[in-house]
Design a protein around this ligand. Sequence first.
Ligand SMILES: Nc1ncnc2c1ncn2[C@@H]1O[C@H](COP(=O)(O)OP(=O)(O)OP(=O)(O)O)[C@@H](O)[C@H]1O
Length: 314
Amino acid sequence: MEPILTVRDLGKAFKQTQIIQNISFDVHKGEIMAILGPNGAGKSTTIRNIMGIMYPDEGSVQFHNHPTGEIPRHKIGYLPEERGLYKNVNVMDMILYLAELKDYPLKKARQRAMEYLAKLGLEGKEKVSVEELSKGMGQKVQFIGSVIHEPELLILDEPFSGLDPVSQEVFKTEIQELANQGTAILLSSHQMNMVEEVCDRLFMIHRGQKVIYGSLEDVKNQYANFKSTIRGKNDVGVLERLANVQRVEQKGDVSVAYLTPNVHIPSWLRQLPENLNIQELSIDRISLHEIFIDVATDRHVGHDIQEGGDRVAK
Ligand SMILES: Nc1ncnc2c1ncn2[C@@H]1O[C@H](COP(=O)(O)OP(=O)(O)OP(=O)(O)O)[C@@H](O)[C@H]1O
């Protein structure tokens, strides 16, 4: 796949504090790449360095077919974390202004704006003043402004925050459609369920450094260990002493045993004691949400997932 954006060894410090270090990843044509990490991990700093809002101390940013360091702004769409639109203009003028900044033909922009307004549930709002919009509506208008010029690369910093579940679904569908049409998408989000549904690959930063990088499938195969949820009155110690159990969380009658990566599920089930109280039992893989918590709370040993899926212990 063709890389549209290549980031290599990016590093940035503020005063004496190193904020990001050795950040390297690619975003390819037609893929949705998620950039994840706890609050303050360095996601927005990475994005701002890519966008040239601030300059990296180390490393390089290269856009496809452009010299390193050159930012082809008319080919990039950007929804920043800080939302902001001019208040005293109407919705259509706001969108057309953003299209004009990207040298996009206005007639085409107007037509696309009407289509997008309809798609995002803002039909008939084109003459409404921006200041009369709700927060979510404003976000939709800003999103339209970021895609109106048909960018090759779309950078979305927390696109789902502040949206109701229906609007989140609409955004999700739209983002998927753009990727299907070939747009390269870099998406930062804390909504792991959304990320899990839309992203092809992910890059996770923790304390300014890469902790996970790989396809969603590889990350799930290699990080998403199995867990067994058992409903029934059981002593936590009994479960903790079972083979291949990393830890057990117990709430009332429900125990969740987190299993080691190499566990063989049929063998694990065979070793369960005769007297275990089982009202219900399920075996599932842990979700991206749980992987995120494990990594962010340092429960997981850091691993790199290489392109192709090999895991390298650090
Ligand atoms: N202009 C700045 N001057 C000094 N420190 C900054 C500046 N911008 C960001 N930081 C610091 O850099 C670190 C990373 O911030 P950043 O906004 O990149 O995190 P983030 O991963 O996007 O977090 P969140 O999920 O909370 O949005 C934080 O410790 C923050 O305080």
